[in-house]
Design a protein around this ligand. Structure first.
Ligand code: GLY
Length: 318
């Protein structure tokens, strides 16, 4: 197995002083750019900055997601993630490149950067998914540092939670907010996502994020989609794959995300009591998003501009 080297190239134009544009800014954008779920503005800015020094979309994507994984203040991704109901932080992530190669890890403990490990699964192994102890042993062999991911804050919250042990997802928080990121330039689309999954989930639970076609799908000929929200619903509707297939039929990114969510709604008995958000990018460089509930934002950064937009949605909540 031989590690593929990231291509180093000509530095991209400076990214200092990214300006914030109004949310009314046009959705047709100039490549290259990164978009990400929620308010992960520092992640997309980190990604485009890394791109500027590496000329690698994928390297920028990994670096941008690493930013969130490393941040203990984000309690739904990486270090500081909220644990499962046994008190263990377990992480899921996946990545896809423009050639359709994919790497994924699920149920990883004690390594804070699952997106990097997923990347290495993609480039270093003949497999797509490594799980649990096998993924951890691979991470160890690749030189990743083993560490305790449970911060004092997450531990304290867990201690409070366990007193009642009530498993009650809350719309828009649902005790998680996966970082999903898509990157686009004229010739390539790549994507990745990383999460600690639902807080206080059952031990062993794996969500949509490491499952290709559910949490993420990239087809360089068509576009890409990444999901956040209640993973069980994304898993059972193969939402990211569906969005890409709808775009293949000529549907815009936003309309494709909306239609994929309609399929989820159609299977519910009444109004959904959970959040799912989808973001997508087309081969033409159009981006779009949709959510079940209000409150889901997505962010964009290119070398010259930054914006954050609220995604359109089906439902408001009280
Ligand atoms: N969407 C992330 C999860 O449910 O685990």
């Amino acid at each position: 197995m031989k590690r593929r080297k990231f291509v180093k190239g000509v530095a991209f134009a400076g990214v200092v002083g990214l300006s914030t544009r109004s949310i009314e800014s046009c959705n047709v954008v100039k490549p290259p750019f990164y978009i990400a779920t929620w308010n992960n503005e520092q992640a997309v800015k980190t990604a485009i900055e890394k791109y500027s020094s590496s000329s690698s979309l994928l390297e920028g994507l990994v670096k941008g997601i690493n930013y969130v994984e490393d941040n203990p203040a984000d309690q739904s991704v990486g270090y500081g993630g909220r644990p499962d109901r046994d008190g263990n932080v377990t992480l899921d992530a996946c990545i896809m490149d423009e050639k359709g190669n994919a790497g994924s890890v699920c149920y990883v403990q004690n390594y804070k950067n699952p997106i990097s490990i997923a990347h290495d699964v993609m480039v270093e192994t003949p497999h797509v998914i490594l799980a649990g102890a096998g993924a951890e042993s691979f991470a160890d062999r690749m030189g990743y540092k083993k560490e305790n991911l449970l911060t004092e804050e997450s531990k304290e919250q867990y201690k409070q939670w366990i007193k009642k042990s009530e498993y009650k997802p809350i719309i828009n928080i649902e005790n998680h907010d996966t970082i999903g990121m898509l990157a686009y330039d004229e010739s390539k689309i790549v994507g990745g996502c990383s999460t600690s999954g639902l807080a206080y989930k059952m031990a062993g639970r794996v969500g949509d994020s490491p499952i290709i076609g559910s949490g993420l799908f990239v087809d360089n000929e068509v576009g890409a989609c990444v999901a956040t929200g209640l993973g069980e619903k994304v898993l059972t509707n193969l939402s990211s794959f569906l969005v890409v297939e709808l775009m293949r039929g000529g549907v815009s990114p936003e309309a494709a995300c909306k239609e994929a969510l309609k399929r989820i709604i159609a299977k519910e008995d009444g109004t959904p009591n959970f959040q799912v958000g989808l973001i997508a990018v087309s081969k033409a460089g159009k981006s779009g998003a949709y959510a079940l509930y209000e409150g889901f934002n997505y962010v964009y950064a290119s070398a010259t501009e930054f914006w954050r937009k609220p995604a359109p949605y089906f439902y408001t909540y009280k």
